[in-house]
Design a protein around this ligand. Structure first.
Ligand code: ZN
Length: 563
């Protein structure tokens, strides 16, 4: 069945609520574990029905934001979402309080209960109004940045359109592009300072109302982190500083001599080779055909998966007028179908989408038969392992995408994976400081950002740019505004992805079996248990980063660096 034939009808939320309440009352009054299990399945079917419709709306609206019908439906989803989330919350309350909890945990797994308990800690009706304010502040930042007009060489661009200019082999050109990009944030400094300051104070107030010491603990609970805390993450950052930062700094030194500059400026960093960054060869349609060939050769499971995506039109990849920006992967519950959304533009991002987002999609495809919606996706740090590892598992096929640029692509990908980690850690350490010290001024906050940057990115040279020297770089990092504490997840997953890269170099069959097992487990287990299941090292254990980094360092030193 084609995606376009998936049937949408607006769920009547009054009727849904009545049905939900009736099932929940029956659940609470059920005389046995078996009866509760049966009702639990009914409740989940109702949830799947609602979520299927919500997702169809969100996907179709993002494909064409000028579609009047789905625009109205999208507003309806936005309005009714809090009501729906309230219903799920009531269900979680009944679930964790069940007198048959032990038996239910045996049947459905304990992760469901851990997640439910975590979610319940993040909400009470007393914070509802504050949550609405938090959403409003996030929307303010989104509106400001998505309507940005960057004036560059007498023409106007949005922020996304500036990315290719900032990678130009022409030094003066990329320098001006960076300055124009940065100027947008400097021009809006007072407004962004105000938005973030209000967000920090508001989130702190929400946390205190919910009984937390600071927003740090609430931030972790919102992300469903059931088996690690801020102290473990701090230890991980220390490992990164000691075992990874020296290598990343060395790569920057090499980049400096490759580019033939005497100081590697911040605007030089996005350009890796004097001859230009690698680009995929062939049209967007050809890339999809190449990807199909790759997934068929990679394994029977990936071949079946990608054919299914193509045959059912579950890929919307080309940039079109009226389409939302960015890329994502969704899962449409009742059809048990992943969906991949992207905006191909002829850069290497297109291939990354076909490997990264397809990694996410392959994981949900592999775990699609779990009855519990909670077990389709794992928590976010685990989710990114599937996607980032798939990027590396796709290495043997990169020749067919990049042709003469293959060596450049591989060097970039591997060195870039290492270089990304210190930046990710800066974003994380900054947020811990901010939420542990919610009353400091915006100036103090920025000064702290700059100090943390100097610790983890010692080579970063802003050429005396006043705004960036005052610590303004993070204004562009939307995660800091929308999803506090999420960013470290990319770095944790990167460590596991590098492990998969090394494993695949040594024994591809073993690496593939571990990867497949991880994807099939979906979200049925917590992060640390999933790592164990996939034979991956725990990044929080001292010494892990050193062990993971060593083979990367070796490979890069033995491989001739492209020019
Ligand atoms: Zn991802």
């Amino acid at each position: 069945m084609l995606f376009n034939d998936y049937q949408y009808t607006r769920p009547d939320m009054t009727a849904v609520k009545a049905q939900f309440d009736a099932l929940l009352d029956a659940f609470k009054a059920a005389p046995s574990a078996a009866e509760q299990s049966r009702l639990l399945a009914d409740i989940n079917q109702l949830r799947n029905d609602v979520e299927t419709m919500f997702k169809l709306v969100q996907i179709r609206y993002s494909i064409d934001t000028t579609d009047k019908f789905y625009e109205v439906e999208n507003d309806y989803v936005d309005e009714t979402m809090p009501l729906y989330e309230g219903m799920v919350s009531e269900y979680y309350k009944a679930l964790v309080a069940s007198p048959y909890r032990k038996a239910l945990e045996v049947e459905w797994g304990s992760q469901l209960f851990a997640l439910a308990e975590c979610q319940l800690k993040t909400f009470s009706p007393a914070v509802l109004e504050l949550l609405k304010k938090e959403n409003k502040l996030c929307s303010e930042y989104r509106k400001l940045t998505s309507s940005a007009e960057v004036i560059f060489r007498d023409k106007s661009y949005n922020l996304q359109q500036m990315a290719p200019f900032m990678q130009s082999p022409d030094r003066e050109f990329r320098r001006e592009a960076q300055l124009s990009y940065t100027k947008f944030f400097e021009d809006n400094e007072a407004q962004i300072d105000r938005i973030y300051d209000e967000l920090v104070k508001l989130r702190t107030a929400i946390a205190q109302k919910l009984g937390f010491d600071s927003f740090v603990e609430l931030g972790y609970a919102r992300l469903g982190r059931v088996d690690y805390d801020a102290a473990l993450v701090a230890g991980y950052r220390k490992q990164v500083l000691e075992a990874l930062v020296p290598l990343a700094t060395q790569f920057k030194e090499q980049q400096k001599s490759r580019l033939g500059v005497d100081r590697l400026m911040y605007y030089d960093e996005p350009l890796n080779f004097l001859s230009g960054n690698p680009t995929p060869k062939g049209s967007a349609e050809q890339l999809v055909d190449t990807a199909q060939q790759m997934y068929r050769e990679m394994s029977p499971q990936t071949g079946e998966f990608f054919d299914y995506m193509k045959d059912n039109a579950l890929l919307d990849l080309l940039a079109k007028k009226g389409k939302s920006a960015g890329g994502y992967c969704e899962f449409i519950n009742n059809y048990k179908s992943p969906f991949i959304f992207a905006n191909f533009n002829g850069t290497s991002d297109d291939v990354d989408t076909l490997t990264h987002e397809a990694g996410h999609a392959f994981q949900v495809y592999s775990s699609r038969n779990y009855e519990l919606p909670e077990y389709i996706w794992p928590t976010l740090e685990a989710c990114e392992i599937h996607s980032m590892s798939m990027e590396f598992l796709a290495w043997p096929w990169m020749e067919s995408f990049f042709k003469e640029d293959t060596a450049k692509y591989k060097y970039n990908h591997l060195a870039g994976a290492i270089e990304f980690v210190p930046y990710g850690v800066v974003v994380d350490e900054f947020q811990h400081y901010v939420y542990q010290n919610p009353d400091i001024s915006p100036e103090q906050r920025r000064a702290q950002w700059r100090a943390i940057e100097q610790k983890y990115l010692p080579q970063r040279d802003y050429e005396g740019n006043d705004f960036l020297e005052r610590g303004g770089f993070w204004f562009r990092q939307s995660h800091i505004f929308f999803n506090p504490f999420y960013y470290i997840d990319y770095t944790l997953a990167q460590i596991s992805a590098l492990e998969f890269w090394h494993k695949a170099q040594c024994d591809r069959a073993v690496a593939w079996q571990d990867y497949l097992r991880l994807c099939q487990a979906g979200g049925s287990q917590s992060y640390l248990k999933l790592l164990e299941l996939a034979n991956l090292k725990n990044p929080f254990v001292d010494g892990t980063i050193k062990k993971v980094v060593e083979p990367v360092e070796q490979w890069l030193s033995e491989t001739e660096t492209p020019k």
